[in-house]
Design a protein around this ligand. Structure first.
Ligand code: ADP
Ligand code: MG
Length: 140
């Protein structure tokens, strides 16, 4: 296993319910280190660009509306096997199908408002990290 970095987002449903600290604790307890973090509100243009890979999906328009509906926290998580590890800690996309003890099971509201985003592969992690952070913002 290698030390990796992944892009994580705490989504508007979670910031609205003041869950940032509780979610960050899940990451830290799973051995993931928060090496960069910023709170911001996405513009429509940014949300559409970030989720461009989903542009043809039926949920794309609603997803972009939801992701611009409130503040988010973007963060870089670092650790052994961080991309897969983070996705384990997040759980299934649909909170109704997520395993016990995962973030989405415990905090997610529905398949759209599922509290967290995590990159799905090394290539997408690199692109998604660069979308929000420059190298000097990340301190490992
Ligand atoms: P994941 O976030 O688990 O990698 P996807 O990349 O497939 O999932 O989808 C990106 C995001 O789009 C999801 O986290 C969720 O917020 C939203 N989404 C996915 N599938 C649906 C759906 N069927 N209906 C509504 N929103 C969805
Ligand atoms: Mg995805």
């Amino acid at each position: 296993m290698a030390v990796e970095r992944t892009l994580s987002i705490i989504k508007p449903d979670a910031t609205a319910r003041n869950l940032t600290g509780k979610i960050n604790t899940r990451f830290e307890e799973a051995g993931l280190r928060l090496v960069a973090q910023r709170r911001l509100k996405l513009t429509r243009e940014q949300a559409e660009a970030f989720y461009a890979v989903h542009a043809e999906r039926p949920f794309y328009n609603d997803l972009c509306t939801y992701m611009t509906s409130g503040p988010i926290v973007v963060q870089v998580l670092e650790g052994e096997n961080a991309i897969a590890r983070n996705r384990e800690v997040m759980g299934n996309t649909n909170p109704a199908n997520a395993a016990e003890g995962t973030i989405r099971k415990d905090f997610g509201q529905n398949i759209e408002a599922n509290s967290v985003h995590g990159s799905d592969a090394p290539e997408t992690a690199a692109v998604e990290i660069a979308f929000f952070f420059s190298t000097c913002d990340i301190v490992g």
